[in-house]
Design a protein around this ligand. Structure first.
Ligand SMILES: O=P(O)(O)O[C@H]1O[C@H](CO)[C@@H](O)[C@H]1O
Ligand SMILES: O=c1cc[nH]c(=O)[nH]1
Length: 237
């Protein structure tokens, strides 16, 4: 039994949704799974297993930031996870983005210490698994969803003191910022499993001010993202 996910092999499905927020994990299990069973509550890092369209699926919170996500990813793999799909929120850097928009990450720049520690200082470019990107993109197209597909950055900071981070990152083609994908992608690659990342834009980050989504619109955005995330995992096995 791992140290932080107090479960045994077989308690988690091979397909696992990975939100940062434990309350989102519980909401996903209660709203979208059939027969959801709590499989972890150590440190409040809620994890559930149930079924979707008759197939086993789990959801496990990663906590916030790459160090926490690295522990959870490592232990999920120890417990038999094969496809990890992060379902999170992000700050939108792309000037065309609206609150509630969907982002499918193709890669995650590691602006954090965790990936550098994992690679022992070797420069590395964490990428999403093509199978999951492909499945997510087609699920979004079929649902008629406007989609931003491209690279994101995983930072250590939610409150970034950089004067205009949006200009800096969007000038490099980076769509959005969040805080876990780079570690999840890196560990998945090291362990030979697949990882992807879908995000709902919860903040738009411009030069002067950050605009935050309302709770109601965030719920709507997350619900729409979850339909796509579950269809994505459903098509990959
Ligand atoms: O919405 P979640 O999945 O928690 O993700 C984002 O939200 C948190 C910051 O508010 C960070 O974990 C960031 O990556
Ligand atoms: O990491 C994050 C997540 C949501 N919004 C942000 O601005 N940053």
């Amino acid at each position: 039994m791992p140290v932080h996910l107090r479960a045994e092999p077989g308690d988690y499905a091979e397909n696992v949704l990975v939100p940062g927020d434990p309350r989102r994990a519980r909401y996903i299990a209660e709203t979208f799974f059939e027969g959801a069973k709590l499989v972890n509550e150590e440190r409040g890092m809620l994890g559930y297993t149930g079924t979707y369209k008759g197939k086993p699926v789990s959801v496990q919170t990663s906590g916030m930031g790459c160090p926490s996500a690295a522990i959870v990813t490592e232990e999920l793999v120890q417990l038999g996870a094969k496809n990890l799909l992060r379902v999170g929120t992000c700050g939108g850097y792309n000037r065309e983005m609206q609150l509630g928009d969907l982002v499918i990450a193709t890669a995650a720049t590691p602006q954090d210490g965790t990936v550098l520690s994992l690679t022992q200082g070797v420069p590395y470019s964490p990428a999403a698994d093509f199978k999951l990107v492909h499945a997510a993109f087609h699920a979004a197209e079929a649902a008629g969803r406007k989609t931003f597909l491209g690279p994101i950055v995983s930072g250590d900071l939610f409150y970034d003191p950089t004067e205009d981070p949006g200009a800096q990152w969007s000038g490099l083609g980076v769509l959005a910022v969040e805080m876990e994908a780079a570690a999840i992608f890196t560990i998945a690659a090291m362990k030979g499993v697949s990882a992807g990342c879908l995000l709902t834009v919860s903040d738009t980050i411009g030069k002067e001010e950050v605009v935050r989504i309302s709770d109601e619109d965030l719920k709507r955005g997350v619900d729409e993202m979850m339909e796509l995330a579950l269809d994505t995992l459903d098509t990959v096995n």
